[in-house]
Ligand binder design. Structure first.
Ligand SMILES: Nc1ncnc2c1ncn2[C@@H]1O[C@H](COP(=O)(O)OP(=O)(O)OP(=O)(O)O)[C@@H](O)[C@H]1O
Ligand SMILES: [Mg+2]
Length: 351
C-alpha cells in the first residue's frame, strides 16, 4: 500500500479515539511534510530554526552513545556536524505493516510537533522532528521518527540512585518547584502528561529540571473522560486504578509521590500489580469513606479491608512538616480536592 493511502487508512481507523487536532497534526506531519522534505531535505520542520539546525537529515548528526531506552524509543547523544552543538535524539522505529503505526507514536509526534511552539524552562525543548522510511533486510519498510531535543544529564531515577546520600531539603525544594512549574505550563495548555515518573524527569548538574516523554500525553477538555491504563504503576492515581474518569489530577498525584520519593530515595507505593497498588495506597493513606468512593468505580469498596491512615512521619520519616503538608494535598483520594499546580506553587513549602 502506498504510504499516503496507508496513513489515510490509519487516520480513518483511529478517528474514534483520536481528537481532531491530533489528526490534523499527524496528517501534516506524515502526509504533507514529506513533500516539504523533498524540497527541503527530509525534514518535518521548516528547514532551519533559531538554533541553527538545517533541513534535517540523520546524516547531519554524529550519533554517539545511548542515553536511555523506552518502550518505543532509543535516545542517543548526537552532535550536529555543522554547528557542533550537542542534542539528544529520540529514535522511534515503527515497522510499516498492515497493523499500522502505534497510536502512542502518532500521538507523541503530534504532541512533539505542537511543542515546538511551546517554550518553558521545565519542559524539554524540542528542536525538530524528521523521519526516514527505510527498507528492512527482509523486504518490509520501517518508519524512523527522529526527535531532536535538548540533551540533559540524568533522569531523576538515575540521579536519585546515584547520589551518594540523601538530598538536602533546599535542593529537593528546587527540583519540586520545577516539577510543579513544568506541570503548570502543561496543564494550562490542557495537556495531561499521564506518565509522570522519575524516568521522565530530566535533571542537569545546575539542578535545572525538564519534563520529557509526552508519548502518552493527550490534549483534554474539562469534561473528557479518557481510557485508563496509562500511568506507570507506582505513580498511578486511585482514579486510574479504579478505572474512573480522570483529569490533570493524575499528574498531581504522581508529583506528590515523586516529592516524597526525593526525600526517602525509595518509592512511596511500590505496588507490583494494580490490585496491590490500590491496597498499598489504602494501607498507607487509609481506606476512603463510602461517600468518597466513586459511584462509577468498577471496583467495590468492600473489596478492601478498613485501614486508618498512617502518620506521615511513619510513611516518610525524612520529610519535613511543610513538605508533608504539600504531599498530603497532592495525595487526596478525591481528585477534585487535590491541590492544583497553581495553588501548589503558592504553598508555604515554596515560600
Ligand atoms: N533529552 C534527554 N536527554 C538525556 N536523556 C534523555 C533525554 N530524553 C530521554 N532521555 C533518556 O532516555 C530515556 C527514555 O526516553 P523517553 O522517556 O523519552 O522515551 P520512552 O520512554 O521510550 O517513551 P515512550 O513512553 O514513548 O516509550 C529516559 O528515561 C532518559 O533516561
Ligand atoms: Mg519514558
Amino acid at each position: 500500500m502506498p504510504l499516503c493511502s496507508f496513513v489515510l487508512f490509519q487516520l480513518q481507523t483511529m478517528f474514534d479515539q483520536f481528537i481532531l487536532s491530533d489528526i490534523l497534526q499527524v496528517f501534516i506531519t506524515i502526509q504533507v511534510m514529506p513533500v516539504m522534505g523533498e524540497i527541503n531535505g527530509n525534514g518535518i520542520g521548516n528547514g532551519s530554526d533559531q538554533q541553527g539546525i538545517r533541513a534535517n537529515q540523520i546524516r547531519h548528526f554524529d550519533i554517539k552513545e545511548v542515553l536511555g531506552r523506552g518502550a518505543y524509543g532509543m535516545v542517543y547523544r548526537v552532535i550536529d556536524k555543522y554547528t557542533r552543538k550537542e542534542y539528544a535524539l529520540k529514535k522511534v522505529v515503527v515497522q510499516l505493516t498492515d497493523e499500522g503505526i502505534p497510536q502512542s507514536v502518532l500521538r507523541e509526534v503530534a504532541t512533539m510537533q505542537s511543542f515546538k511552539s511551546f517554550q518553558h524552562k521545565n519542559v524539554i525543548e524540542m528542536h525538530d522532528v524528521f523521519h526516514e522510511v527505510l527498507e528492512n533486510k527482509h523486504g518490509g519498510q520501517s518508519l524512523h521518527i527522529n526527535i531532536i531535543m535538548e540533551k540533559c544529564q540524568w533522569d531523576l531515577y538515575t540521579f536519585l540512585k546515584e547520589i551518594p546520600s540523601y538530598m538536602p531539603e533546599h535542593q529537593i525544594k528546587i527540583l519540586s518547584r520545577q516539577i510543579f512549574e513544568g506541570l503548570d505550563y502543561l496543564h494550562s495548555r490542557n495537556i495531561v502528561h499521564r506518565d509522570l515518573k522519575p524516568q521522565n524527569i530530566m535533571v542537569n548538574p545546575d539542578l535545572s529540571l525538564k519534563i520529557v516523554d509526552f508519548g502518552l500525553s493527550r490534549n483534554y477538555n474539562t469534561n473528557t473522560a479518557f481510557t485508563t491504563v496509562v500511568v506507570t504503576l507506582w505513580y498511578r492515581s486511585p482514579e486510574l486504578l479504579l478505572q474512573c474518569s480522570y483529569r490533570s489530577g493524575v499528574d498531581i498525584w504522581a508529583a506528590g509521590c515523586i516529592v516524597a520519593e526525593m526525600y526517602e530515595r525509595t518509592p512511596l507505593f511500590p505496588g507490583q500489580s494494580e490490585a496491590q497498588q490500590l491496597s498499598l495506597i489504602f494501607q498507607k493513606l487509609g481506606l476512603p469513606s463510602s461517600e468518597e468512593w466513586p459511584s462509577n468505580s468498577v471496583v467495590s469498596r468492600n473489596s478492601f479491608p478498613e485501614h486508618q491512615p498512617l502518620p506521615f512521619t511513619t510513611l516518610c520519616p525524612r520529610i519535613s512538616p511543610l513538605a508533608t503538608s504539600l504531599v498530603a494535598c497532592c495525595l487526596r483520594f478525591d481528585d477534585s480536592k487535590r491541590i492544583t499546580t497553581r495553588t501548589a506553587l503558592r504553598h508555604p513549602y515554596f515560600c
